[in-house]
Design a protein around this ligand. Structure first.
Ligand code: FDA
Length: 299
């Protein structure tokens, strides 16, 4: 990381909200449900699939889960009214109360699963930091048994992910494989780009070889190329994989080529009022964005 980027990351907590707001414009569809649906319609028209996320996480009181629950219900309702939209949804369990009480979170999740079942909607459970990995996987298992049209996420940087993957294989789970975004210690997580890449490739191949469904969620062209070639050489059927990227990350050239070649490419589309934490994370991930935002400011 350059000294400038390090400086940007270290100054992040001091960044005015208006600055993070400029970053948010790039990474979120907007604040309303309508913004989210319009973004999906636009992506669909260009051959992309979507997964919609109501922004928010780490809720610490039961009343705080009411707003995200209402928004998710409204979202599922609208997707029922717009069956032409090709999208699933993504959910974070701490938004449903996982940090408060597991049974309470399960009650919320079960309600959303019931709504999703009515329209046969695919729901993926995002993976959060390591303090909730086990609980998230347990909850996923319960959800999957209750409504099988659900998926989960594994993080290639965690040492435990290989064992978790073997277990998920037995459940025939649909896995999104990502590198992992939270800061984790060397005791539990690989550190450094190369080590994480190595494990990503190992896990990706392991799941594909087992004949299970893998969503390859990365913007790292090295990983995309590597697994793309592997899939082609092994004649792995289209029905067994897809590529995924976050809205706003500038890798359109790679994604457009994948779409043109007929591969499934899904874009993660967050929307809602709670854009601050999500956008701060994106900025930390790629501090170069700070430079673009500053340039835009002065244009
Ligand atoms: P890497 O960080 O090496 O980036 C590869 C290239 O893309 C670099 O050139 C980089 O600059 C560029 N790039 C990456 N992020 C960028 C950005 N925000 N803006 C501009 N350029 C950027 N994590 C998690 O812990 N739990 C989860 O549930 C999910 N879910 C999820 C869904 C989807 C669809 C994706 C694509 C990613 C996630 N992630 C996630 C995030 C993931 O763990 C990881 O942090 C990011 O994808 C960044 O890692 P890359 O694999 O893209 O590689």
């Amino acid at each position: 990381m350059s000294w400038f980027n390090k400086l940007v990351v270290s100054l992040m907590p001091l960044a005015p909200k208006v600055f993070i707001g400029q970053v948010a414009k790039r990474y979120i569809a907007g604040v309303t449900l309508e913004d989210g649906l319009q973004t999906i319609a636009g992506l669909n028209s260009r051959g992309y699939l979507g997964t919609m996320d109501v922004l928010g996480e780490s809720i610490t009181d039961k009343a705080g889960t009411e707003t995200p629950m209402r928004l998710y219900q409204a979202l599922i309702h609208e997707l029922g009214n717009n069956p032409d939209l090709r999208t699933g949804i993504s959910v974070k369990l701490t938004q449903l109360g996982l940090d408060i009480d597991e049974e309470f979170a399960w009650g919320n999740l079960k309600k959303l699963l019931d709504f999703a079942r009515e329209i046969d909607l695919f729901m993926r459970i995002d993976m959060e930091d390591s303090s909730v990995t086990s609980k998230t996987l347990q909850m996923f298992e319960r959800a999957h048994e209750y409504y099988p049209n659900t998926g989960i996420v594994l993080q290639a940087y965690l040492h435990r992910s290989e064992e978790d993957m073997k277990h998920l294989m037995d459940l025939d789970a649909n896995i999104r494989l990502c590198k992992g975004i939270y800061k984790e210690s060397p005791e539990i997580a690989f550190q450094g780009k190369e080590k994480i890449r190595e494990n990503y490739i190992k896990l990706g191949k392991m799941y594909l070889d087992a004949g299970k469904y893998l969503a390859i969620a990365t913007h790292d062209d090295h990983l995309i190329d590597h697994l793309h070639t592997y899939i082609a050489n092994k004649n792995i059927p289209d029905a067994q994989y897809e590529y995924q990227a976050l809205l706003g990350v500038p890798i359109d050239n790679i994604l457009n080529t994948l779409v043109e070649e007929g591969h499934k490419v899904r874009i993660y589309v967050p929307f809602g009022e709670e854009w601050y934490a999500y956008s701060s994370r994106r900025l930390k991930e790629n501090p170069d964005i700070a430079g673009y935002v500053i340039k835009d400011f002065f244009k």
